[in-house]
Design a protein around this ligand. Sequence first.
Ligand SMILES: Nc1ncnc2c1ncn2[C@@H]1O[C@H](COP(=O)(O)OP(=O)(O)OP(=O)(O)O)[C@@H](O)[C@H]1O
Ligand SMILES: [Mg+2]
Length: 230
Amino acid sequence: MLDVAAIDLFYGASRCLRGVSMSAQPGKVTAVLGRNGVGKSSLLRAIMGLERVKAGTITWEGRDVTSLGPAERARAGIGYVPQGREIFPFLTVQENLETALAAAPRGSSVDSEVFDLFPILRQFLRRRGGDLSGGQQQQLAIARALCARPRLLILDEPTEGIQPNVIKDIAKVIRHLARGRNMAVVLVEQYYDFARDLADTITVMVRGEVAMAGPTDELDEPAVRRLLTV
Ligand SMILES: Nc1ncnc2c1ncn2[C@@H]1O[C@H](COP(=O)(O)OP(=O)(O)OP(=O)(O)O)[C@@H](O)[C@H]1O
Ligand SMILES: [Mg+2]
């Protein structure tokens, strides 16, 4: 289980996260919702160790990882798909997938199961990442994270700029990873409908703080929508 307890995060003097707490369980999908700029990506970056927190603790599988760097957290089983995907445009699909193996146990090879999840990637193994469509790049970014065999997968806006049919495919894969492979999944979303259909629990952020949190089917939907509309 992931347990984020009362973390504060600053950029210079400006406070970006204020006492944020949340948790994520194996086999469950946890969605973090909020308008632009409320600190969703900062929260995920803090979980991955890409930003240092000033207060609070992050515990993963019973171990305090608050002071670990991103490489150590990757080795501890945390996988991260950044907002905007950040695949390597001049590397092939195969090479992009191989970059994930640095964090995997020695001697590992690309997890062939990712091709069952995303068949299009097998077809385009030799194509350059930059030549894939946006939806295909998102699938590649998720597949690359999976190659390190994470037990916690964090995804920053996996649906951003992607067509509805590909969004459906990605939702199916995320559901399978949680339910079928018992992974803990944390995903950031702008769109409530996607989160509601997929997530077991939802955390809504407003200006660096948690405004509302709970099991998806117990949340007051109109109240959540009000917090998300500009
Ligand atoms: N590296 C940084 N240095 C300074 N300020 C930053 C940095 N990264 C983010 N911020 C600021 O922190 C706040 C939260 O940013 P963050 O990217 O976490 O928001 P977000 O909820 O992910 O937004 P979006 O929905 O647009 O992706 C914003 O005001 C942003 O300008
Ligand atoms: Mg963001």
